[in-house]
Design a protein around this ligand. Structure first.
Ligand SMILES: [Zn+2]
Length: 433
């Protein structure tokens, strides 16, 4: 595709107006003021439009879209035990496929080109990733409630088999990570064996970490005063590239460990606010040089997957929290939502509009009421834009969404199926089936 007369958000998050950008196969092959020679297929008129890297949702449970609006106004433990687990208990394979597809459609619609997901129903999530064309680092959450040998745990066996079958599948769009669900859902011996296995296979890890005060404090009681971060470090979990979701209650010392071990913190501001978990101190983490990425968590605790809304919250929260409006900048937040997320996924050739990089690109409409006037387009992107302003989403050079149309998803069928399946599950949960 050849984008003409388009404003480009460059690697430093500065706007370069009136550019030509050409993609060929999966790559960006040209950026410049002059029209390039050659045939790049469709020409896209970029007047009043901005081209930027696609966004990375660094922590999600996509298949949980079935639970949108289903569980509200509860703290995490009651939210899980009273609402989420009984519902999840009734989810069947095809349900997970359609709900993941709905999540992917929402992500593509709102500018997300890659997501880091942790769930079960692995084959059905993977099927939706394969068919839709989006990128994903998927991991099957491992839980253990006794000090057993990890090789006997079904979720670990499944993880190993996913790695064998699907790691780097769909031309590398899908990567399989290993996931330790959390400290409170695992035993120490299993954490140690998990770390050894991930290291041996040269994979990446995905965990929940210090999401709530309860989790953080109970871990200290269970493990001789060690915080979840200190415990994971002691078990070797952080010896591999790790994405740690939430990190709301991490201490100053925990933050130093996260920096030293090069752990990515995936912050989820909406979910943490909604479940009353607290506010992640992203300013302190950024100040220590930690790689901070941005995620939505599932729609059950958000209730949307729009990364523009997440960027807005992520930019505002530290200002109010520290009473310092200058503490986190718009560029910090854009970097968290793009480069930092891709880097956490181990995708080094994505995240910036640069020649040679993968063409994971989105086009944002600059010609809307709320984007006018253009005193500073970068400020508008973070504080005024929404995912609805995305006009086109491209992954590896392929257009997956454009002007209301999906090229790989039958969206009306997906919506219909999700409605029907949600009703069936609700009936089963209420004992009416
Ligand atoms: Zn989560």
């Amino acid at each position: 595709m050849l984008f003409s007369d388009i404003t480009v958000l460059d690697e430093q998050f500065c706007c370069q107006p009136h550019q030509y950008v050409a993609t060929k196969d999966s790559k960006i092959v040209y950026i410049g003021k002059e029209k390039p020679e050659g045939d790049f297929g469709e020409c896209y008129d970029g007047h009043n439009r901005l081209l930027m890297s696609g966004l990375v949702n660094a922590h999600s449970h996509a298949a949980m879209t079935l639970l949108r609006g289903y569980a509200e106004n509860l703290p995490l433990d009651r939210w899980l035990n009273e609402r989420v687990f009984p519902f999840e208990d009734k989810i069947q394979n095809e349900d997970a496929y359609y709900s993941t597809m709905l999540a992917v459609a929402e992500m593509l619609r709102t500018g997300t080109t890659s997501f880091t997901d942790m769930y079960f129903f692995s084959e059905h999530v993977i099927k939706a990733v394969g068919e839709s064309g989006i990128k994903c680092n998927f991991s099957r959450a491992i839980t253990s409630f006794s000090d057993c040998d990890i090789s006997g745990i079904p979720s670990f066996q499944e993880s190993e088999s996913l790695v064998k079958t699907y790691h780097n599948a769909f031309d590398g769009r899908l990567k399989i990570d290993m996931s330790l669900h959390a400290e409170y859902t695992n035993r120490r011996t299993v954490m140690e064996q998990f770390a050894e296995s991930v290291k041996a296979h040269n994979l990446r890890a995905h965990v929940h970490l210090s999401e709530t005060e309860k989790e953080h404090e109970e871990c200290k009681q269970r493990h001789g005063g060690l915080t979840p971060t200190e415990l994971f470090q002691a078990c070797g979990v952080f010896d591999v590239p790790t994405t740690a979701a939430h990190c709301v209650w991490v201490t100053e010392r925990d933050m130093d460990i996260l920096k030293e071990k090069d752990v990515t913190v995936a912050t989820n501001p909406a979910s943490n606010l909604k479940l009353g978990s607290g506010v992640c101190n992203t300013a302190a983490l950024l100040g220590k040089g930690v790689n901070v990425a941005l995620g939505t968590d599932s729609v059950a605790s958000n209730n949307n997957l729009d990364m523009f809304r997440e960027m807005y919250l992520c930019a505002l929260l530290p200002k109010g929290f520290h009473r310092r409006p200058d503490i986190v900048s718009e560029r910090d937040v854009l970097k968290m939502a793009t480069q930092n997320g891709y880097s956490a996924q181990g995708r080094t050739d994505c995240g910036t509009v640069k020649v040679g990089n993968r063409a994971d690109l989105i086009v944002v409409d600059l010609d809307t009421v709320h984007m006018c006037p253009h005193n500073d387009t970068v400020n508008n992107l973070v504080y005024a834009a929404s995912g609805e302003d995305v006009l086109l989403t491209m992954v590896d050079g392929k257009v997956l969404y454009k002007d209301g149309t999906y090229t790989t998803i039958d969206i009306e069928k997906v919506k219909r199926e999700v409605e029907l399946r949600t009703k069936r599950i609700q009936n089963e949960v209420n004992g009416n089936a």
